[in-house]
Design a protein around this ligand. Structure first.
Ligand SMILES: C[S@@+](CC[C@H](N)C(=O)[O-])C[C@H]1O[C@@H](n2cnc3c(N)ncnc32)[C@H](O)[C@@H]1O
Length: 257
């Protein structure tokens, strides 16, 4: 009798163990399937993103007739979809004066637009001596140096609303009405709200109808900057453009408060 009870107990124990193992493997299979789904979605979205950027790069290269290619750097250049957006605006509106916060491929693209428009000048505020030299070299290589000037503008303290920001020195920026402003610097790691000073410090120079493009607008810091600008300048019109890194496009209306 004792022996029979022991066998039954053992069989029950084995059955319980099998059930536990089965439940665990079912849980693991569900987790693996969910991970697989997540990976598949991520790969699909990355692939879609890469194709979209490639398409923007190729169409920009053809539109600007730059068949020797564009000196694109994935780490530091603005993404092709942003470059295409600003180029299309510059070609459509033909701005006389374009100011840029930072320099690089954006300067080259905008200079080429001025050349195609047969009018307009680009002024790029650049804090980094090496970046300034690199941009000047590329402008010369593409014979665009007559359309863009890289201004040595070290980051210096600017006090705004009781806060101190490191932002470009403006001493060498020519006194001209700005028709288009492109903001792609200073980098976010310099300080919180790194690009905020652009509007308060340049606002008086912006022409009525001036269009401002801020890159990387998907980041929380840039979203806060836009809210700070809208509070400080309620008359500006804002549109968020859903690019890879996000773009905030703002239109200045001088007749509005
Ligand atoms: C953000 S990207 C912008 C490039 C340009 N708009 C383009 O699309 O090619 C490079 C900018 O970051 C700045 N930068 C890079 N490293 C930096 C550093 N360690 N400190 C300050 N500025 C830096 C450079 O001076 C340059 O103006």
């Amino acid at each position: 009798m004792n022996f029979q009870l022991a066998v039954i107990a053992l069989l029950l124990l084995i059955a319980m163990l099998l059930i536990i193992l089965w439940l665990q493997s079912k849980k693991q299979n569900t987790a693996i399937a969910a991970l697989g789904d997540r990976l598949q979605t991520q790969v699909q979205s990355e692939t879609h993103g890469v194709f979209a950027q490639l398409e923007a790069y190729l169409s920009l290269r053809d539109r600007l007739g730059l068949h020797q290619g564009l000196p694109y750097s994935r780490n530091w250049s603005a993404a092709p979809d942003f470059l295409k957006l600003i180029a299309e605006h510059a070609l459509a509106v033909k701005p006389t004066t374009i100011v840029e916060c930072s320099s690089g491929l954006t300067s080259l693209i905008l200079a080429r637009c001025c050349e195609m428009n047969d009018q307009g000048d680009v002024f790029s505020l650049e804090n980094g001596a090496e970046y300034a030299a690199g941009t000047r070299t590329e402008l010369a290589r593409y014979q665009l140096e007559n359309y863009a000037t890289v201004i040595d503008a070290p980051l210096t303290p600017h006090r705004l609303d009781d806060r101190e920001y490191q932002w470009y020195a403006l001493d060498n920026l020519p006194d001209r009405r700005i028709d288009m402003l492109v903001i792609d610097g200073p980098p976010g790691f310099i300080q919180r709200h790194s690009r905020y000073p652009a509007l308060p410090l340049l606002f008086d120079k912006l022409a009525d109808g001036c269009v401002v493009f801020m890159d990387d607008a998907a980041r929380p810091d840039e979203r806060e900057i836009v809210e700070m600008w809208r509070t400080a300048f309620p008359g500006i019109e804002h549109e968020y453009i859903n690019l890879e890194r996000g773009c905030s496009m703002l239109r200045i209306h001088r007749d509005k408060p």
